[in-house]
Ligand binder design. Structure first.
Ligand code: PEP
Ligand code: MG
Length: 329
């Protein structure tokens, strides 16, 4: 088995009909990097920075974060690293919010629907600025992109880009030699509002990332942590496919990269369906890479297109799940 994976790592991630598919890894802590390399990821599609720093210690300042990001980028040896800014709120980072004294405003009845992700950072721009400055400095050590979580309106992206450019100006004044083209700034599509306005978002964003975990929760009104594994919580629902398709169409029309980084990308048959939808980039836990790659290397684009066409005709989520589960590969 290990030998098989070693060989698989060096083989291209390519359909039998010749199309290349990019396989990236989702990373939470730096010690996952050896597995990422062993399983042949082409880069990091999602670095969840809210898990990167030990919560029993204070959040590192700009210099402290810079050291961590720079180390990661050096380890990635020129492969793209997508660094998502802190996605606190909802079920994540409550200890940290308490520590920073911003927990009180977080005591909401429905934290999943509250001030979280980018909304929270825009209310505390000093935290966002320190992180963006640290990433910008680290970007001199490797290839990176920056990703914004929990976007629901285009004005959040416009406001963040202004802060981002201000950070770059400040660093240049400090003598940091940043390239003219700053690292791309991308938007996560993980609320129905974002998916439905993907056209406006893509005009403000350099790339999109589909977060199917939260998108499933918010679209189906089913809590992701309480209902994981329950039949109610499934990305294989016609509503999800429609929302994903809207985002894919807008990204392709605008020639912007788009990637799937929710759990759906770790399911080989769902990946076949998403390839049929037009997607060519998937980010998943490092452990899931070999199974998805094996599947990709056994598929033709025609089979993916056919699965996708049939899936879009299904109105019943149970039938949709059966269709995808019975897909022969
Ligand atoms: C998602 O919501 O699909 C996602 C990738 O982000 P996270 O799982 O970190 O919320
Ligand atoms: Mg999410």
């Amino acid at each position: 088995e290990r030998k098989g994976i070693g060989r698989l790592r060096r083989l291209p991630s390519r359909l039998i009909s010749g199309e290349d598919v990019e396989l990236l890894a989702n990373i939470e802590i730096a010690n996952e990097l050896p597995l990422l390399h062993r399983n042949g990821a082409a880069g990091i599609g999602l670095l969840r920075t809210e898990f990167l720093f030990d919560e029993s210690e204070p959040l590192p300042d700009e210099d402290g974060q810079y050291a961590v990001y720079a180390g990661l980028l050096a380890d990635m040896q020129g492969m793209t690293t997508t660094i998502r800014v802190l996605d606190w709120g909802g079920e994540k980072g409550l200890a940290r919010l308490r520590q920073l004294g911003i927990h009180d405003e977080q005591e909401e009845e429905n934290p999943a629907l509250g001030v979280r992700g980018l909304r929270l950072l825009l209310r505390h721009p000093e935290i966002l600025e320190a992180q963006l400055c640290a990433i910008l400095r680290a970007s001199l050590e490797g290839k990176c992109r920056i990703l914004l979580p929990m976007v629901s309106s285009v004005n959040e992206v416009i406001a963040t880009r202004q802060i981002y450019e201000r950070c770059a100006r400040r660093l240049r004044r400090r003598g940091v030699k940043l390239p003219n083209d700053l690292p791309p700034l991308g938007v996560m599509i993980e609320t129905p509002a974002a998916a439905l306005t993907a056209g406006a978002l893509v005009r403000q964003a350099d790339f999109l990332a589909l977060g199917t975990n939260d998108l499933t929760m918010y679209t189906l009104a089913v809590d992701r942590s309480a209902s994981m594994g329950s039949a109610l919580y499934t990305a294989l629902h016609p509503s999800l496919l429609k929302l994903l398709r809207l985002s894919v169409d807008e990204a392709l029309r605008a020639h912007r990269p788009i990637c799937v980084c929710g759990e759906m990308a770790a399911d080989p048959r769902s990946v076949a369906l998403l390839i049929g939808m037009g997607l060519r980039s998937f980010s998943m836990s490092a452990a899931s890479l070999p199974a998805v790659k094996r599947m990709i290397r056994s598929l033709s684009i025609d089979a993916c297109d056919d699965l996708y066409r049939r899936a879009m005709l299904v109105e019943d989520p149970i039938q949709l799940t059966e269709l995808v589960r019975s897909f022969a590969c």
